[in-house]
Design a protein around this ligand. Structure first.
Ligand code: ADP
Length: 162
């Protein structure tokens, strides 16, 4: 049984993330989407809010679970028996960063392999930051994020602007 982790900040989860998660399920027996608690990015949504949205959108997907982790991802992987880390790649800049992370994770634990999946064409320019920027400026994020995330973004920015 191979358990693969799909880590990220998911602030919030986008259709690009979901595409990677769905493709990871085709490749591995079980997939766990994990939210990094100690990311250096300043988030819009709390970890709990991000987990709630992820749980809702991943609920229809068989063999997919959702969790969060603190500290090193390789330590979390060891604790739960995961042997694969799945990362999506969009731009060359993703590759530079992700390759460095993959090499460091391999140095920390050579039993855990990182697998890169290239983005699907419709999502190649999609990121959580872009989605937040569009929503903040009042634009439509339909088709970029699941319905529940559209609602949560509307709520966040309505509260912030009142
Ligand atoms: P973001 O970079 O959008 O803030 P995360 O930090 O949550 O996203 O990213 C988690 C993982 O998901 C990273 O490996 C990132 O490359 C991947 N990812 C994010 N958006 C996409 C997308 N549109 N297509 C492919 N991979 C993606």
């Amino acid at each position: 049984m191979t358990l693969a982790l799909v880590p990220g900040s998911f602030d919030p989860v986008t259709n690009g993330h979901l595409d990677i998660i769905q493709r990871a399920v085709e490749l591995f027996d079980e997939v766990r989407v994990v939210v990094a608690r100690n990311s250096s990015k300043t988030p819009l949504f709390t970890v709990e809010e991000r987990l709630e949205m992820l749980r809702e959108v991943c609920a229809p997907l068989a063999r997919v679970s959702v969790d969060s982790f603190e500290g090193l991802l390789v330590n979390y992987a060891l604790e739960c028996g995961a042997t694969v880390i799945v990362k999506g790649l969009r731009f060359v800049s993703d590759f530079e960063y992700e390759l460095q992370m993959a090499l460091m994770n391999r140095r920390l634990n050579s039993a855990i392999e990182t697998v890169f999946l290239p983005t699907s064409a419709p999502y190649s320019d999609l990121s959580s930051s872009i989605v937040k920027e569009i929503a903040r400026l009042g634009g439509s994020v339909e088709g970029l994020v699941p319905e529940i995330v559209q609602q949560r973004l509307r709520e966040k920015y309505t509260i912030q602007s009142t």
